[in-house]
Design a protein around this ligand. Structure first.
Ligand SMILES: [Zn+2]
Length: 226
């Protein structure tokens, strides 16, 4: 991938596809603002910022690329990029207890910003808040749910041990009491948190809502039909 002396961006392969931060669709991008070849060659910055347009919704997407080489014929960019604005992770937060809702919202923001250890720390605080809220029995139930997820998702022992330490470890454990999270493990933790919170709160609340709805609706229909 490179910028030509004519200020054009030439892409190899299929171009760039990502989840749009605005419409959340996995989509292709079209470059709309490319820095000038001459300006770049003069300043020789380490990184170059480009503006793309989402092919699905037309909103701007900002990406930053490291420069691999400046030559008279082209400016070569590294194929991987940094998303300046990442797609938000959605979760029906209102089903969570108030304190956990605030903490997990912040955890999701950390994840979207690519701050994965901060995401781990906020996930742990969310878990701690839930243990306090649900008591010892609730904590054991959460642990059982985590074990279930481990089996369903076929998590390997190392990943499971690391994520269990993040969520169920104690702040009084010997240093480092929380393992480091690289992007891949953070991604797994995100899916575990989603499933854990969904199983514990959202599923029950939605089932209760549906039951209440049926209790109101079903008898009325039966009378009309009879
Ligand atoms: Zn879009």
């Amino acid at each position: 991938m490179y910028i030509t002396p004519q200020d054009e961006l030439l892409l190899e392969y299929q171009g760039i596809a990502l989840t749009c931060p605005h419409c959340q669709t996995l989509t292709h991008l079209t470059a709309v603002a490319i820095p000038k070849f001459d300006d770049l060659n003069r300043g020789k910055p380490k990184n170059v910022g480009l503006v793309f347009r989402c092919d699905a919704c037309g909103e701007p997407v900002f990406l930053k690329f490291a420069v691999k080489a400046f030559t008279p014929a082209r400016i070569e960019l590294a194929p991987n990029y940094v998303e300046i604005e990442r797609a938000r992770e959605n979760f029906p937060l209102t089903y969570l207890p108030e304190e956990a809702e605030g903490l997990f919202r912040e955890a999701l923001n950390c994840y979207a910003a690519g701050c994965f250890n901060a995401f781990g720390a906020m996930s742990r605080r969310t878990a701690q808040s839930l243990f306090r809220e649900l008591g010892e029995h609730g904590k054991l139930e959460l642990f059982d749910t985590l074990q279930e997820i481990r089996t369903l998702a076929e998590l390997d022992d190392d990943t499971f041990a690391a994520l269990r330490a993040v969520l169920f470890g104690s702040d009084s454990d010997p240093w480092p009491h929380q393992p480091d999270l690289e992007p891949q493990r953070a991604g797994v933790l995100l899916e575990i948190m989603r499933d854990l919170l969904y199983q514990t709160f959202v599923r029950k609340a939605r089932l209760m809502q549906a039951m209440t709805f049926r209790r109101f609706v079903a008898p009325t229909q039966a009378t009309t039909q009879a």
